[in-house]
Design a protein around this ligand. Structure first.
Ligand code: NAI
Length: 364
């Protein structure tokens, strides 16, 4: 019997290609993993009536660890995001996204080494929404007027932004514990407490309270989200572990990925008390899906995070080293990295890149 059984959710779009590449690389690494494939994505709606069948959630519950490819969420329809549903139903309350500069990846900075800790369960992602013109929206608008809370235009759609003490304590404590465990010096909390006093204000207040528990061991500071974006771009080296409410963490993830070479190399994990689902930061990239053009590095580095989580630290380190070498050599890299580096060398396909990575792995 394999040492670990992992649920593999290929997703759709480039997820089909990136997860296949990841699987080949992890197998070449010699990790003792049995994959149990489960489906999610737009292609499941016809056969199952939902993009996220219960059997897929069950498969993650059974194996406790999953790795997934991205899933397309059509914008502005009633179709709920598979990712949000998965995070909520499995209580994956932490989104962890390390961002590190890598030689040869075309990043604008060489000194980025930050860890994004994003709250994953609430904020504007809670999915509590009221459609414009609906009876519920009308009642809510009336309620706000009756309470003297403010005037909402009658033709508004409304999304609710809850931020709780419970979830904030959890996420901030996770950030501090992560900092302690990984020898990091500072945690920065990002918010817009000056405008949203009862949601972001609460986030900041609770973050400050939790920070006191770690005084003398891990530094703490905070940044208003707009200033944070500017500070990050001017000097990313001033940040270490950064903790965010859900939406700002989402935006900051792509911004940070852009600093180090793009979405093609940005890995991530969704972690809860019982289950963990590893996935790249990027989406399904419909513009390049099915063309063998995508960069599987982000999914492969997500697998390295998964191996760490499974206690396979040496394999994870070996995998990261092989990725670093392929980028440093710079001979076989995908088109996104060629663009980011401004190189006129020919771009490799996803398959060619994966072959090269396996070749380098076999040399280590
Ligand atoms: P995206 O991340 O899919 O693409 C943004 C740009 O980055 C595109 O130009 C794409 O070609 C490029 N790109 C992304 N990943 C790449 C890779 N591995 N290699 C090379 N180039 C890459 O973001 P977009 O277009 O906003 O979203 C597309 C769909 O993905 C949407 O339906 C969205 O909801 C979904 N999505 C799913 C996520 C998930 O399942 N975790 C996360 C983010 C978006």
């Amino acid at each position: 019997m394999a040492k670990h059984t992992v649920t593999l959710i290929p997703g759709d779009g480039i997820g089909i290609e990136t997860t296949a590449a990841m699987q080949r690389v992890v197998e070449a690494l010699g990790a003792d993993i049995e994959w149990e494939t489960a489906e999610a994505g737009a292609h499941m709606v016809e056969s199952c009536g939902t993009p996220l069948p219960d059997s897929t959630i069950e498969a993650v519950r059974r194996n406790k660890v999953a790795i997934k490819g991205p899933v397309t969420t059509p914008v502005g329809t009633g179709f709920r995001s598979v990712n949000v549903a998965l995070r909520q139903s499995l209580n994956l309350n932490v989104c962890l996204r390390p961002v590190e500069a890598m030689q040869g990846a075309g990043g604008r900075y060489t000194d980025v080494d930050i860890v994004i800790v994003r709250e994953n369960s609430e904020d504007l992602y809670a999915g509590i929404e009221f459609e414009e013109g609906s009876e519920s929206a009308k009642r809510l608008i009336q309620f706000c007027a009756d309470e003297g809370a403010g005037t909402i235009r009658p033709d508004s759609g409304i999304s609710i932004k809850p931020i709780s003490i419970t979830a904030t304590q959890n996420i901030v404590r996770y950030a501090f514990e992560y900092a302690l465990k990984h020898g990091r010096k500072k945690v920065t909390a990002v918010h817009k407490a000056n405008i949203m006093k009862y949601s972001d204000g609460l986030f900041l207040r609770v973050a400050r309270e939790v920070a006191k528990e770690y005084e003398g061991r891990v530094e703490f500071d905070d940044n208003i989200v707009d200033a944070f974006c500017m500070n990050l771009v001017i000097d990313p080296s001033r940040f270490d572990v950064i903790v965010f409410p859900n939406l700002y963490g989402d935006i900051a993830s792509d911004l940070s990925a852009g600093l180090v070479g793009g979405l093609g190399i940005a890995p991530g994990a969704n972690i809860g008390p019982e289950y963990a689902v590893f996935e790249a930061v990027h989406g399904s990239a419909p513009d390049i899906a099915g063309k063998n053009l995508c960069n599987p590095t982000a999914e492969i580095l997500s697998a390295a995070m998964m191996l760490d989580h499974l206690g396979e630290l040496e394999l994870a380190a070996k995998l990261r080293e092989a990725v670093r070498r392929v980028y440093a050599e710079g001979e076989v890299l995908t088109q996104d990295i060629r663009k980011a580096t401004g190189s006129d060398k020919p771009a490799a396909t996803c398959t060619e890149f994966t072959d090269e990575l396996i070749r380098v792995l076999n040399q280590l």
